[in-house]
Write a protein that binds this ligand. Structure first.
Ligand SMILES: Cc1cc2nc3c(=O)[nH]c(=O)nc-3n(C[C@H](O)[C@H](O)[C@H](O)COP(=O)(O)O)c2cc1C
Length: 203
């Protein structure tokens, strides 16, 4: 190989490495943007499923409040609360809460609470529970999570905010008690958070 050939080979090597690196960086950036866009789409779908459109006249996705991290919400960082209003009157708030005790770690939840403290609905938005077992918390797999609708800290009374296996009022999922246990606890604690903070949440 003469000097010219070595220079050409070196140049080609450099060129391919630059193209390769650029492509990887571009794909990574695109993927992150796609994930963020998908998460936003899922969030909006869930918000509108939790609070029916005819119950509010504001844009719930934009009427947000940042709240400090809280043990009751299971959060280590500040989180966003969405507010639904009608004729400027409070209707419901939707919390981003975390159930830390899932079978496979954290379960991210959206928990909607009507102004009077009853649950408007709960959705599991991110989790690593086992397909066929713990993933029955997803509304597209089973209606287990709809069992929280209309519940409050008075219905059932606080001592019964447990799965039936533990002497409480909530169904477990056959063969998978750990996942529902974690979610029942997280919803109860979110309602407690609501009771303590309700005055500030709509401001
Ligand atoms: C591979 C594997 C995956 C499991 N995944 C889950 C799960 O996602 N959620 C859950 O609650 N239990 C899961 N379990 C079962 C738990 O270990 C435990 O047995 C169960 O939650 C207890 O429920 P039970 O008292 O109704 O049997 C899994 C078990 C195995 C072996």
């Amino acid at each position: 190989m003469n000097y010219k050939q070595i220079m050409i080979s070196g140049f080609l090597l450099w060129l391919f490495s630059v193209i390769g690196t650029t492509l990887v960086a571009f794909t990574q950036q695109n993927t992150l943007e796609l994930i963020a866009a998908n998460e936003k789409k899922v969030l909006l779908r869930n918000l509108y499923a939790l609070i029916p459109a005819d119950q509010m006249d504001n844009d719930i996705a934009l009427d947000i409040l940042e709240v400090a991290s809280s043990e009751l919400l299971g959060t280590d960082l500040p989180s966003i609360v969405y507010r639904a209003r009608k004729a400027q009157q409070p209707v419901a708030v939707v919390f981003n809460a975390v159930a830390p005790g899932g079978y496979n770690g954290n379960i991210d939840l959206l928990i909607a609470v009507y102004e009077n403290g009853t649950v408007a609905g709960v959705r599991a938005v991110k989790h690593n529970e086992t397909p066929g077992l713990g993933d029955s918390i997803e509304v597209r797999k089973s209606d287990w999570i709809l069992g929280f609708d209309g519940k409050s800290l008075l219905n059932p009374i606080i001592d019964f905010w447990k799965v039936k296996r533990d002497g409480g009022a909530f169904d477990q999922i056959t063969g998978a008690t750990i996942t529902p246990r974690a979610i029942v606890k997280a919803v109860k604690k979110t309602l407690q958070y609501y009771e303590i903070n309700r005055e500030n949440l709509y401001q």
